[in-house]
Ligand binder design. Sequence first.
Ligand code: ATP
Ligand code: MG
Length: 230
Amino acid sequence: MPEALIRVENVTKVYGSGAASAAALSGVCLQVERGSWLAIMGPSGHGKSTLLQIMGGLDRPTSGQVHLDDMELSNLGPAKLARTRARAIGFVFQFFNLLPHLTALENIELALWFGGKRSDEGRARAITLLDSVGLADKAHLPPGALSGGQQQRVAVARALANEPEILLMDEPTGNLDSTSEADLLKLLGSLHEHGRTIVMVTHNLAVAEHAQRVVHVKDGRIERDRFSGD
Ligand SMILES: Nc1ncnc2c1ncn2[C@@H]1O[C@H](COP(=O)(O)OP(=O)(O)OP(=O)(O)O)[C@@H](O)[C@H]1O
Ligand SMILES: [Mg+2]
């Protein structure tokens, strides 16, 4: 039995209160094995981003638990949680969340700094990372001067900054042309081969097929869970 790296146990997330409250997730259970590559699919507004954010400790469940290795995320204090996130998890947000007043390079350097890298090492590594997503020539531009696909690639480079064991990516190819999409999938394939655990949300079936397992989320529940070859 492969070891579960992420365990989501009976997680419910309710936004709002009283009559205005709505459940984005209802009793979700999901185990992600170490070294596996999982895709999450499902209709818009049905809880995919919410699930990913809760898995990454960016948001707390209303009830239920999330375990990362032997840690239960809600038991960690804010400093320990932030440290764990910075070192163990690379997150690509659906809407990138790059800092607008920093350049592409500085956005990545900041992530490296949070991960404990010294600034001289950080600069060289940030340049290598930008180069790996084909953007070395855009290093000194702010996100506002980059196209959507370029910003998305900076967000991917930032997620890889601290060589995290876990990559949580919310529609990482959503803004890419077919060449950049193929390049990114190749990069993810190589990270997977090197033992990284990848969870990616996607609307694109062809992208999802690169994963070993596809989970369908509907109405805040897991509707289907298929391993490739099933
Ligand atoms: N901060 C929030 N406050 C209130 N409701 C929210 C919040 N975030 C998400 N929701 C609601 O939770 C539900 C699930 O949202 P979520 O962003 O997880 O969907 P999604 O599956 O990622 O959709 P998409 O494919 O469009 O990105 C939606 O109905 C959304 O309106
Ligand atoms: Mg979403």
